[in-house]
Design a protein around this ligand. Structure first.
Ligand code: VGL
Ligand code: ZN
Length: 241
């Protein structure tokens, strides 16, 4: 009797991908069961009105990350939220460069800059966090891109690769060692944040289904390649234990 029950439990536990793995290994995911600890932090990147449909720089299906991130966030003791937070007339806006259109590029003192529609201007509703994002236990909201002459995709370091936001110091002082990056957009602020987190010495995971990309000329695929080459781990929200 006891054996019967435990066998039934085992079968139930082997549902879905687990069953596939048991049958032939096809569906097995190496990263299944990624364990969140007290030294882990979730970073929620730029889930703001500007980056969802209806905003000034909408990411395709950007709003779909909201319920995924809300669910993941409940598993984390430590959560940091970022906000793209530009001045009016910011250097990253095409409107600040005569004759330039959004999604063209220009050369700035610190290198090539993609030019964007005006977006996430400080204090506007467009720059607010998405109203359905529910993470009351998030401890820090860090803003970036607030220097008029410098962009900052990364939540750690501005595009001049000199000025730091203070996030690395914050995480280190709180003895946090592993970060899980989610949000918008995969190929810009998420990727740059993940890469800088790795450079700063953190173990880094990017949760793919909790991100959406802009994708300019294959930039999403390129971003995943670069992240992989640096040892950043690509996982799904279902991999979190
Ligand atoms: C972002 C472009 C411009 C982002 C921010 O959050 O990925 N992309 N500013
Ligand atoms: Zn921006």
């Amino acid at each position: 009797m006891k054996d019967q029950y435990s066998r039934r439990d085992t079968l139930r536990l082997l549902g879905g991908a687990g069953m596939l793995a048991a049958l032939g290994g096809v569906g097995f995911k190496a990263s299944a069961g990624v364990k969140i600890s007290d030294a882990s932090a979730l970073i929620v990147v730029d889930v703001q009105n500007c980056f969802v449909p209806g905003g000034t720089l909408p990411v395709n299906k950007g709003d779909e990350v909201v319920p995924v991130i809300n669910a993941i966030a409940q598993k984390f003791k430590n959560v940091v939220i970022t906000q793209d937070w530009h001045t009016k007339g910011h250097v990253s806006f095409a409107s600040s460069h005569a004759g330039k259109k959004p999604f063209e590029t220009t050369k700035l003192a610190y290198g090539e800059q993609v030019l964007w529609p005006d977006h996430c201007v400080q204090g506007t509703i467009d720059a607010d966090l998405h109203k359905d994002l529910v993470i009351p236990h998030a401890q820090l909201i860090i803003r970036k891109g607030y220097h008029e002459g410098t962009d900052s995709y990364s939540a750690f370091q501005e595009a001049d690769r000199k000025a730091n936001t203070g996030l690395a110091g914050y995480l280190k002082e709180r003895k946090l060692k592993t970060v899980y990056v989610t949000g918008l957009a995969t190929d810009f602020c998420v990727a740059w944040t993940a890469l800088d987190a790795k450079s700063a010495g953190f173990e880094v995971y990017v949760i793919e289904d909790a991100c959406r990309g802009i994708d300019l000329n294959g930039s999403v695929a390129k971003a995943w390649e670069t992240m992989k080459s640096k040892g950043i781990k690509r996982i799904q929200s279902s991999d979190l234990a």
